[in-house]
Design a protein around this ligand. Sequence first.
Ligand code: CUA
Length: 315
Amino acid sequence: MNDSGTFWLPEAASTVAAEVDGLFYFVYWASAIIFVGVVAAMIYLAYKYRRRDPNDRPEPVEESRLLEISWIVVPTILVLLVFTWGFQTFVTLQTAPPNAYEIQGQAYSYGWNFEYPEGAQTTDELYLPADRPVQIRLSSREGDVLHSFFLPQFRVKQDVLPNRYTSVWFEATEPGTYELFCTEYCGVGHSQMLGEVNVLPADEFDEWVAEAGINEDDLSLVELGELQYQRNGCQGCHSLDGSAMAGPTFQGLYESERAFADAGSVEADDNYLRESIIEPDAKVVEGYGSGIMPSFAHLSERDVTALVEFIKEQE
Ligand code: CUA
């Protein structure tokens, strides 16, 4: 099944896709046929019963039992058909098979973290085995906002909330690269809250997941800082190459003179960097808004220190 999709729907790459698409096209064609029929009848009747003379008066209308029954029964059958079909598909989408491979997904402003049972962790990249049901358990980071997890090629979409788990399941049918979108308008970085889904053949996936587990204790502080920079989505707002994004670049930040929106200034030393991670609105750099960056006070002491060391390296 290597289609590239249709005008209305993207490529179909999961086992539930055929069912979802069938229902979509049934509603689509039923609507199109009814629309054409209604408009054609309207035009025909408007023409047939047009006023030919200022003295024209319509004849009293005789009721037609058959006509009235038919416009009650036919739409009722159509609506019940769509309901039954839709409900069955909904149940399929909600009921993960018990043998599903479980991945934890966490959304934050603005990115996605995934954690696999074998210990591997990825950011903005989801790895999956083909031909195996996968369940992704989702939540938004504590204190963060609502996001929505949307995999168009697999036809699944689920709201992601802080303080609550939701989940989706599906079975990918073809190895390949697919898209992940956030479809809840969540803030300034919403349009960059994208990810990539890599579906690997089952044996390649097993190899990948066995190798991808990283032991953080084995990393140096700068290496850990780089990992945290990616994992916490810092790259969504802070570039390393000097370009301005929603937040200031990290390039040349350390020991530079920072001018603030409320007129003060300070040299960016270790304590300043630390404060900006824990309490971002304490000192807002001139030209940037307050209330944009969430606090990262939940990071461990070692993670914060690692981030500071990583920023210091960006000369
Ligand atoms: Cu997260 Cu939009």
